[in-house]
Write a protein that binds this ligand. Sequence first.
Ligand SMILES: C[S@@+](CC[C@H](N)C(=O)[O-])C[C@H]1O[C@@H](n2cnc3c(N)ncnc32)[C@H](O)[C@@H]1O
Length: 273
Amino acid sequence: MSASARTMTRQEIEAACGGIDLPRPPAGMHDVGDGDFDAIGREFLWHLVNHAGLESGHRVLDIGCGVGRLAIPLTAYLDPARGSYVGFDVAAEAIWWCQGTIAGQHPNFNFRTVDLLHALYNPDGKLDPQSVEFSVEAGSIDMAAAISVFTHLPPNVTAHYLRQVRRCLAADGRFLCTAFFLDEGVRQRLRAGKCRIPFRADEPAFWQEGHAEYPGAAIAIDLEWFLAMARREGLELARPIIHGHWPDDTGGEGFQDMCVLKPSRADLPGDEG
Ligand SMILES: C[S@@+](CC[C@H](N)C(=O)[O-])C[C@H]1O[C@@H](n2cnc3c(N)ncnc32)[C@H](O)[C@@H]1O
C-alpha cells in the first residue's frame, strides 16, 4: 500500500457510484448469490479501498468476476487513464455481457472467459483449473480480488490460485479474498448448530463441502491450512483476518470471512526483513 493510499467513507463510495450509467445484468443470467447486487458490489469496493489500499491508478485483477458486481462500481473509482481492470470467469454468458456492456463503455476494462471445469458453474468446462495460468504478466497487478470464489473451489485449486496470484502481484500488491474459514472459534459456533450452511464442526478434514448434493455450492477451508498454503506460495497476511458472520449471524463485518494477503517480505528481492 503506498503512502498516498487513502480511505473512503461509505457515503463517499455511494456518492462516487451514484453517477454510474450502466445497465445491470439481466436477472437470472448468472447466480452470484443472494442480496442486493449494487450494495454488495459497493461494499466490496469499500473493503478494497479501506482494508487493502486500492488506489484509482491501480491495475486490478478480478478472479471469478461473475457478472460484474465488483467491476460496475470500479468503473466509478478507477482512473480511466491510469487504472485498469481485467476480470475472468468460467461463465461465458456473464463475460459476454460484461465485455459488451461494461468494457463497451470503459475501454480500460477487459473481461475474459476461461473454460475451466466447475461442477456447478461450468460442468462442461474443458480445462483443468489446477493447471490454468492467469493470462496477465508476472508482477503486473496492484490489486487482485477473489470475492466469493474460494467458497466454491476445492483446496487444490485454491492453493494453485494462490500461486498464480503471487506470480501476478507487483511487489507492493495486495490480494483480497473471501472464504469460509474453519478455526476453533468457528467450529465451536458450528457445534451450537445455528449455522445456515451445514458444515460439520467436527469433521476432521481440513476442508468441507457444505452441500453434499451440490458439489462446489459452498466450500469451507481450514484457516491454518489456507495460511500455510499462502506462506508456501510467498504470500503473507497484510492485516488480521476479518471474520464474517456466516456461522451464526453474530458479529463479523460481512457474511463471508475476508483475508488480505501481500507478497512475503522474505520473498522480495533485496529484502531480508
Ligand atoms: C458466487 S460467484 C461470485 C462472482 C463474483 N466474484 C461476485 O462477487 O459477484 C462465484 C464465481 O466463481 C466463478 N468460478 C467458478 N469456478 C471458477 C474458477 N475455477 N476460476 C474462476 N472463477 C470460477 C463462477 O463462475 C462464479 O462467477
